[in-house]
Write a protein that binds this ligand. Sequence first.
Ligand code: NAD
Ligand code: WQD
Length: 354
Amino acid sequence: MAPRVLLTGGAGFIGSHTVIILLRAGYAITVVDNLVNSSLKSVERVREIAADEGIEGVDLDVEVVDMCDKAAFEKVFEKYGVGGFSAVIHFAGLKAVGESMALPLMYYENNLINTMNLLSLMEKFDCRRIVFSSSATVYGAATEMPITEETQTGAGITNAYGRTKYMIEGILSDFQKSKEKTEKPWSVTVLRYFNPVGAHPSGKIGEDPSGPPNNLMPYVSQVAVGRREFLSVFGNDYDTPDGTGVRDYIHVMDLATGHLSAITYMDKKPSVYSVFNLGTGNGYSVLNMVSAMEKASGKEIKYKIVDRRPGDIATCYADAERAKVEMGWEAKLGLDEMCRDLWAWQSANPNGFE
Ligand code: NAD
Ligand code: WQD
């Protein structure tokens, strides 16, 4: 029987792409999602893609459950019994930086309680391997580039969302340590994503923000498709080659593959707490991204320079060597593929999954 992996938040942007990668690799999958920031359409599309790709024996169970409701969540574990999940990938969480400052309690409650419920149910049902979706945001206001996993975390985090990631990393580390010398050790892999963009090359799934996008590339692609008039570029007076912010954009399919690497890495390491940056190691400016998207879409992308966005840093890119050396993972897709696939998604679905 194929090993079964539980994907919390598996109907969302990164989760849905990871489902494809795991199905290709022959895993059975259970998705738990309360659809607070996603819809079942993504799962329908994932099934279409699996059929298009000729993936055989697809075993994809989807449970619409709020993980903060522990009794309801426990039923999912009961369905598969003790030892029913070989690993968990924990994507589920709220992620809008601005909203987290307006509604910090909602963010702390959702992101921390869902994690606590997950860990206690994993313990009860004897699943001892977890991959956690963390973020480069835990490095706060780091100034030395590239950022390695040893770069200080916690200092200079400017928002509640980022602090939930930092806190969850601490919880996972304490918990893993408490199990090290027991007969039932845990493996924990923390993946710190840089800036995920792009979509599955079919254009059938992608990022579908509700309301005006907070992140650069969803905004740029909505301008390209005519849904928004122009992009506001948040400052052109940073200490960067063209004055606009520089980030490490990573194709979501590469990112998804990183989760498969983490699962196979833990197969060989029954007791480990590991942290990996998932990025490309390359930095591109806002204006670089606008030009790349103009090239991919053949559309003009109008923009206006406006004030800096509070909390933004000038430059952020990863040293991604550790993931390469220890997990054998590296990003393979470049800016052209990121923009090509984002455009495939946005042009075929101008209003997202609606
Ligand atoms: P997303 O919002 O598309 O996916 C998250 C999913 O979690 C959604 O489908 C949502 O409905 C679900 N969810 C939230 N709270 C839940 C709960 N209590 N119970 C059940 N389901 C719940 O976001 P994404 O971009 O796919 O991000 C996935 C993870 O990666 C998140 O933890 C996010 O913080 C992290 N991350 C994302 C980025 C990024 O830029 N996209 C960068 C770094 C880290
Ligand atoms: C990228 C660049 C902006 C929008 C955020 C979160 C981080 C992580 C990823 C989850 C910056 C500029 C943006 C716009 C712009 N998420 N920009 N106009 O800020 O690196 O990271 O998403 O973990 O936690 O903070 O990504 O896409 O918002 O911005 O000029 O309309 O684009 O100033 O330089 P960021 P982003």
